[in-house]
Write a protein that binds this ligand. Structure first.
Ligand code: FE2
Length: 434
């Protein structure tokens, strides 16, 4: 073995497990592996996980917060207007520089795969060229998947569809859309049909911003599910945001959920952004705005959590930490039961990996040796503590490391080192325990 990681706790709760790695791939996962490694790492009972995956991001806007000004109202619509002001001032060098800097943050956080939307409504396609360059440069350490995103509306913006086709021709991976931003409901539905037909012709994946609205009558997800089924796109389509579902009538949702499940459309919620951008026209009580995550999961729909924004016209916070995303998602969705909390970890790891169609993702023998060793004893503890990423490995090679959290007390009669882990006696409720 090139490398053996000893005494790992795995996301499914298995403990004292060793992981053997050969040629950048996982060769064995078993207790007390007999083979020795050229190098050995002692996980000391810590959680060893496949890397985090962000299913929904905007890398063309990342780290642009304050350019050319900040979003005063904090609303989605002012954010879109602000982005429109910034677009003519963008340069390729600045886009590449900001994106590469964010990818550094991502790797340090154990985030090794990102699906990023890229705005195609600038006729120069500057951002597309920049992110294709970034995708090429980060490929050794991060999987960057790009979505051609017609931010100003496929039909509302006269050149959007041509630009989207050009972007796909240049190498962008996935077909995007924004039906709720078209001029009418009918045009929104028409945009979904056109985009799905285009994707089916080219054999591409689809990921649309869909119903990112508090309007309960925004029902483009229904059309997206229908077109997915009609065109045989099952398993290749995702609806991002789906926030209108939060405000929909329960009776209609009881019809909608099985339709989404049977169409094989995945859902991507963006908890940090949905909780801040939705409900802005409400007084009190204010809606939370995030889509119906536990209900979608219960219906058998793949649900992932995305980061969406970091330091951009829509959001002045964030640092590329998917554990922060899961932490917010867990709270907003009131997913505090043990299995529900564990499901929130799946929503930033294996589920988005499946939605993105990542090859060789996971902990089974044969998978890429892409791993994160966390300063936590379980997936739930990782979310609770936003645990330090002790080591991040890509293809069996360490690409980032961080010290474990280490606060020290100066209190008489109390230990110096603070231990934030679940107390040992509480093992019965620790999902990391057998
Ligand atoms: Fe988005």
């Amino acid at each position: 073995m090139d490398l053996v990681i000893r005494n790992a706790t795995l996301p499914d709760g298995r403990q004292q497990t060793d992981i053997g790695i050969v040629d950048g791939r996982i060769a064995a996962v078993e207790p007390r592996l007999a083979a020795h490694g050229v190098r050995e790492i002692d996980a000391a009972g810590d959680l060893v996980s496949p890397p985090f995956v962000d299913a929904h991001f905007h890398m063309d806007a990342v780290l642009s917060y304050g350019l050319p000004r900040v979003n005063r109202s904090g609303t989605l619509l002012e954010g879109i207007a602000l982005w429109g002001e910034l677009k003519p001032e963008l340069t390729q060098d600045a886009l590449v520089e900001r994106a590469l800097r964010y990818c550094d943050w991502a790797v340090a956080r154990g985030l090794l795969a990102i699906r990023s939307h890229v705005d195609v409504c600038d006729d120069r396609l500057l951002a597309v060229e920049a992110l294709l360059e970034v995708r090429r440069r980060v490929a050794p350490y991060l999987d960057l998947q790009l979505v051609a995103f017609p931010q100003d509306g496929l039909l509302r913006s006269p050149t959007a569809f041509d630009n989207l086709k050009r972007a796909i021709g240049m190498g962008v991976d996935v077909v995007g859309g924004i039906p709720h931003f078209e001029r009418t409901m009918a045009q929104g539905a028409e945009s979904v049909r056109l985009l799905c037909e285009f994707a089916a012709e080219r054999g591409l994946y689809v990921d649309m911003h869909c119903d990112e609205s508090d309007d309960p009558l925004s029902r483009h997800i229904e059309t997206l599910a229908h077109e997915t089924q009609r065109l045989g796109l099952q398993g290749r389509v995702a609806g991002s945001h789906l926030t209108s579902m939060h405000s929909m009538d329960n009776y209609y949702v009881s019809k909608l959920l099985p339709l989404i499940a049977e169409s094989g459309v995945a859902a991507i919620a963006n908890p940090l952004i949905n909780i801040t951008l939705q409900g802005r026209h409400d007084t009190y009580p204010k809606r939370r705005g995030m889509t119906r995550v536990p209900e979608l999961m219960a219906a058998g729909v793949d649900v992932a959590f995305g980061h969406d924004c970091v330091l951009d016209p829509w959001y002045g916070m964030g640092s590329g930490d998917m554990l922060e995303v899961a932490h917010m998602g867990l709270h907003v969705a009131q997913m505090t039961g043990l299995e529900a909390m564990q499901a929130c970890y799946g929503a930033i790891t294996e589920t988005p990996a499946r939605i993105l169609g990542l090859e060789g993702y996971g902990l089974a023998p044969g998978c890429h040796a892409d791993l994160v060793i966390l300063d936590a004893g379980s997936t739930v503890e990782a979310i609770r503590l936003r645990a330090a990423r002790r080591l991040v490995l890509r293809r069996g090679r360490v690409v980032a490391e961080a010290p474990p959290a280490a606060s020290r007390l100066h209190l008489e009669g109390r230990p110096a080192a603070v231990d934030f882990r679940l107390p040992q006696g509480n093992k019965a409720v620790n999902p990391g325990s057998p």
